[in-house]
Design a protein around this ligand. Structure first.
Ligand code: GLU
Length: 413
């Protein structure tokens, strides 16, 4: 079968009249690696895991993208997500390309020692394709700063101390302040910039905005907290165990503190709130729905249950193409993932810049730079889309134009 980019990118190639030779270079990854990761578990048994790294494009700078540990990870998944990173870094104008990595494993079934082993085996197997000016991993689903510390150590044992090989690492090892909250915060800044453009009064000016968050990992928790702090009414949250709905608004800081002692939202007691199923925040009556967990949670089968007029894609690809078409035809505004969740990779870039220049910025400086960059990119997309136009199409067109232009400038001889 001929290689094909995502439907959204193929549509942009057509809209922009990108010539077939240029499109061809973006239809498949520049490099794909699949490796075996043998791990001796705590029980002494050998397990052989499968790992991937897909390097989609480095025409605008080193490959950049997260590494996820998740049981459903496969090569197709990682391919789609790597391509998405190319558009994301281009849209927010970072000097990076796009990549993604994954290991097919459920990290919750692993002990801390076993998780460390997976990270070390990953570097031993894929390390030759990585490098601080070649390809720089970061956290994604199922991985965090601790994982990045282990990747850094495994890489540095071979190459000498090299903190710039990963971003999203612990502060003590050269991580950036503000990196952990960056994706969730960026989603809220993109949301507020969009609401403002649509003429809604923001909570800071006395307006009332209700928000439902599906997924309560790093992105969902930080988005909910940031929205709460800015005065939005967070009416529903959920994780894979279930969730809570309260039209009067949930007390997010209290909820997050309680989560420190419980693994799952369903284990909490939340006075005044109604227990709901994991997918329910997608369908509650709210001004804004923010999916912040897995991909493809809204598809042709359930899109008719979505009633919110505005969706902010905190996760990567939470809506299928079919679902987006239905929603946009109905007038729903969708703030696309390559914009809404770009906060993480933006602060990854700031981390990389600080590392390269041996300097550290305080948290306020990092967050101010993050807010300014996301808000500027959002305004650019809103302007390009025009009145009632699709923000997804406008964002993809901007990103594709930048990547194709860089390709032209680099030459092909
Ligand atoms: N995993 C995040 C994403 O999907 C961050 C990637 C990075 O910081 O390189 O955007």
């Amino acid at each position: 079968m001929a290689a094909r980019a995502s439907d959204a990118a193929e549509a942009a190639f057509l809209r922009l009249g990108i010539d077939d030779a240029a499109a061809q270079r973006l239809r498949s990854a520049q490099r794909e690696v699949t490796v075996q990761l043998p791990i001796v578990g705590d029980d002494g048994q050998l397990r052989v895991l499968t790992g991937f790294r897909v390097q989609h494009s480095d025409v605008r700078g080193p490959f950049k993208g997260g590494l996820r540990f998740h049981p459903t990870v496969d090569l197709d998944d990682v391919r789609r997500l790597a391509e998405l990173m190319t558009w994301k870094t281009a849209l927010v104008d970072l000097p990076f390309g796009g990549a993604k990595g994954g290991v097919a494993v459920d990290p919750r079934t692993l002990s801390p020692r076993e998780r460390e082993l997976v990270a070390r085996r990953y570097i031993e197997a894929i390390g030759p394709a990585l490098g601080p000016r070649t390809d720089i991993p970061a956290p994604d689903m199922g991985t965090d700063a601790t994982t990045m510390g282990h990747l850094l150590d495994a890489y540095s044992r071979i190459h000498g101390f090299e903190p710039r090989i990963v971003t999203g690492k612990p502060i003590e090892l050269g991580g950036s302040l503000g990196r952990t909250v960056a994706t969730g915060r960026g989603a809220v800044v993109a949301l507020e910039t969009t609401l403002d453009h649509l003429g809604r009064t923001l909570p800071a000016q006395g307006g009332d905005v209700t928000l439902a968050v599906q997924g309560f990992g790093n992105v969902g928790q930080n988005a909910a907290l940031e929205a709460h702090v800015r005065g939005h009414r967070v009416v529903a949250v959920s994780d894979a165990s279930g969730g809570w709905h309260d039209p009067d608004g949930l007390d997010i800081p209290v909820l997050e503190r309680a989560l420190a002692d419980h693994a799952d939202l369903a284990d909490l007691t939340v006075p005044g709130a109604r227990p709901i199923a994991p997918e329910d925040p997608l369908f509650v009556d709210a001004d804004v729905v923010l999916p912040a967990a897995l991909g493809r949670v809204v598809d042709a089968g359930n899109v008719d249950r979505v009633v919110a007029p505005l969706i902010v894609e905190g996760a990567n690809e939470p809506l299928t193409e079919d679902a987006c078409a239905v929603l946009e035809a109905r007038g729903t505004t969708i703030v696309p993932d390559i914009l809404a969740n770009a906060g993480g990779v933006i602060v990854s870039y700031y981390e990389w810049v600080q590392g390269a220049n041996l300097l550290t910025w305080d948290e306020a400086e990092v967050l101010a730079r993050l807010d300014a960059r996301i808000a500027a990119a959002t305004r650019q997309v809103l302007r390009a889309a025009g009145e009632g136009g699709s923000l997804r199409d406008a964002a993809m067109d901007l990103a594709v134009r930048r990547v194709v232009r860089a390709m032209e400038l680099r030459g092909t001889a």
